[in-house]
Ligand binder design. Structure first.
Ligand SMILES: CSCCC(=O)C(=O)COP(=O)(O)O
Ligand SMILES: [Mg+2]
Length: 228
């Protein structure tokens, strides 16, 4: 096995439960999005992402209400839109700061991340959630502030998670050959894209009855099963 120098991890379904994202974070943003846009819609960064969302939908001209309805539909569809994710992150900030929730991490994850750091591995996050949302997630986790463990964060601004070029760009940004990088995810298509870019891969299958025997991606039930 080629030496692993850095680990890049997905969040939802990998470090953390899908239920927390879908049943806590998404409904929180959905409920507050209309009022957030009405209240903060004139802030330049909010305006920017509302404009980007309208552009992504192909709107020539759109009222604020039409963009709100578009964003609500995208939340329901779990669309991995960079604009939606940026706006969701701004809304989640209020919830974290108010103590409405803390981000779920699976119980073995913090200790395993610390062990990898102690071995000298660099740790990165690659999620569809925006970089600010990722920092909030790990900053306000159930296990406390985990952000000091991470050397960097990547979101869909680097590219979609199912495209090889995104992983090539991440390897370039980290400054390591892809063969020395391990990407962890619960989604096979993301792992396929990372592997095509030359990454080593680990498939987190936390709830599967059985692990696939013949897959190019070694499968694990949790982080402790990964020998990096
Ligand atoms: C940064 S927490 C919210 C995660 C999120 O919005 C999402 O869509 C999950 O995507 P992932 O790429 O982590 O599976
Ligand atoms: Mg995932």
């Amino acid at each position: 096995m080629i030496e692993i120098r850095a680990i890049v991890t997905d969040i939802e379904g990998t470090t953390s439960s899908i239920h927390f994202v879908k049943d806590v974070l998404f409904p929180y943003a959905r409920k507050r999005l209309p009022a957030f846009v009405e209240t903060h819609g004139d802030r330049p960064e909010v305006q920017h992402w509302l404009h980007e969302a309208a552009k992504e939908a192909g709107f020539i001209e759109a009222s604020r209400q039409e963009v709100i309805e578009l964003l609500l539909r995208w939340i329901d569809e779990d669309r991995k839109s960079t604009a939606l994710k940026a706006l969701q992150g701004m809304i989640w900030q209020e919830g974290y700061e108010a103590g409405d929730y803390r981000a779920h991490v699976y119980p073995e994850v913090p200790a395993r991340l610390r062990a990898w750091r102690a071995q000298g591995l660099k740790l990165y996050v690659y999620s569809s959630g925006s970089v600010p949302a990722q920092k909030l997630f790990f900053g306000y986790s159930e296990a406390g502030d985990l952000t000091p463990l991470f050397a960097g964060y990547f979101d869909t601004g680097t590219g979609p998670k199912r495209e090889q070029a995104s992983y090539e760009a991440i390897a370039e940004a980290i400054g390591e050959q892809p063969a020395h990088l391990l990407f962890l995810s619960d989604i096979e298509q993301e792992l396929d894209a990372a592997r095509a870019a030359g990454f080593q891969t680990g498939w987190l299958l936390r709830d599967a009855a059985t692990l696939p025997a013949a897959s190019p991606h070694p499968a694990y039930r949790d982080f402790d099963a990964i020998a990096a």
